[in-house]
Design a protein around this ligand. Sequence first.
Ligand SMILES: NC(=O)c1ccc[n+]([C@@H]2O[C@H](COP(=O)([O-])OP(=O)(O)OC[C@H]3O[C@@H](n4cnc5c(N)ncnc54)[C@H](O)[C@@H]3O)[C@@H](O)[C@H]2O)c1
Length: 337
Amino acid sequence: MTGHMSKVRVGFIGAGGMAREHTKALKTMGDVEIVAFADVARERADAMAAQFGAKAYDSPAKLCQEAGVDAVYILLPPFAHGDAERAALASGIPFFVEKPVGLNLGLSRELAAEVERTSLLTCAGYMNRHRHSVNAVRELLVQDPPVLVHGGWIGGSPKPGPDYSITHWWIQKDKSGGQFVEQVTHTVDLLRYLCGEAEEVFAYAGRGFNTGIAGYTIDDSAVVNIKLRNGGVANLMACTASNAGGGVWLDLYAHNTACRFSGWEHSVTIHQTGQPAQEIQGEPDIFTLEDRIFLDAVSSGDRSLIRSPYPDAVKTLEISVAANESLATGKPIMLSN
Ligand SMILES: NC(=O)c1ccc[n+]([C@@H]2O[C@H](COP(=O)([O-])OP(=O)(O)OC[C@H]3O[C@@H](n4cnc5c(N)ncnc54)[C@H](O)[C@@H]3O)[C@@H](O)[C@H]2O)c1
């Protein structure tokens, strides 16, 4: 930043759905200025730039070199990472990056090494790590580690709509990684945040139920078994073919603690032996909280509240990429993290 009283100047790489979500949060913040957008679809960058009186750029590199930003938001589909992070690294610009942080583990590890080497301030979009419910459970589980974990993310069949064309990256496995990688990544990340690292992954997938969707190459469902380093085990599920019901949940069972997170907002009910049940509601506006923490870190230089630096998020990616590798090989995959 140029001076103590100046606003934080923010640029966006990727001007799609999540750019709309984060700008909604940022435009309510008096100390933040939205100054630049870049997108391979230039008309999207132009449209967002016009809305905010910002400049549109052709490439991440140009934006990072010319826009004079204090921070960039990298809001790209999983397959499209690399150039944006390299541009931010080359210009020394702190970045926020949406989850999953990539699809190519080798590339993400290279970027993580560069982030560490340069000590660049980064934050990945694992917003649930900032929830009161999640952090209350995390404290309890330090004393009483989980023996068994069960979680999942069950939704309906993909349907074309105003924001979703039939050729959308989400339904293509080589672009999104599939639902487990793209969506259940939130649950995989919470597993690591609440239970520690994992050591082995074994997965099965369900296929052949979603039919007649042009371009569809993802699995309809998946069950992923994960062996934890602490001796516990987890089973996480994905389904995108359940049209009569579904939801998001995460159940953790420890010796004397049982917790049930439910819903996108991750409200939790906590049971502890000999004590009344405790309920904590999830925050509805979690993106605003997440953005505030990142931008405060950018302007103050204090990173202590950032819960998901880029190199840590790459470890979450490793688990989901291992699930795909297990699906492809039919074998359990050892993790290195
Ligand atoms: N945190 C959450 O809960 C949450 C929710 C939804 C999506 N996401 C994640 O956010 C990311 C972006 O998702 P989205 O919904 O905004 O997708 P989107 O398709 O709506 O937008 C992505 C934009 O990136 C652009 N783009 C693609 N390749 C590019 C490149 N190389 N350089 C510049 N721009 C490029 C596209 O043209 C598009 O405008 C994904 O990783 C997704 O998983 C996170």
